[in-house]
Write a protein of this length. Structure first.
Length: 97
């Protein structure tokens, strides 16, 4: 499966220059059932990640603090977007269009 690793600058709103290129962090994109984005070392089980998947009529983004259950799921449909916690409870919902 395809894998791309890039380094991104650290965002620091307290700094004179908002993006600090002296403190980059690795961001790895890996093709799985969707697209998995690792914020840090993919071999570190504590690295946060997000998984982006396409489903019929919608996009889903699963947000993980580590490799356990997702903290929340963001669903984007043609007519609405929602944020749900890991139990499936809707935390935020907005009608689109």
């Amino acid at each position: 499966m395809a894998k791309i690793t890039v380094e991104i600058p650290t965002y620091d709103p307290e700094s004179e220059v908002e993006y600090d290129y002296e403190r980059p962090h690795a961001l790895t994109l890996r093709e799985e059932d969707g697209l998995r984005v690792f914020m840090g070392d993919p071999s570190d089980a504590n690295s946060p990640d997000v998984i982006i998947e396409r489903a019929v009529g919608l996009w889903r983004v699963f947000i993980h603090a580590d490799r356990t259950d997702p903290l929340c799921v963001i669903e984007i449909r043609e007519d609405r977007a929602s944020v749900e916690d890991y139990r499936g409870r809707v935390l935020l919902e907005r009608t689109l269009g």
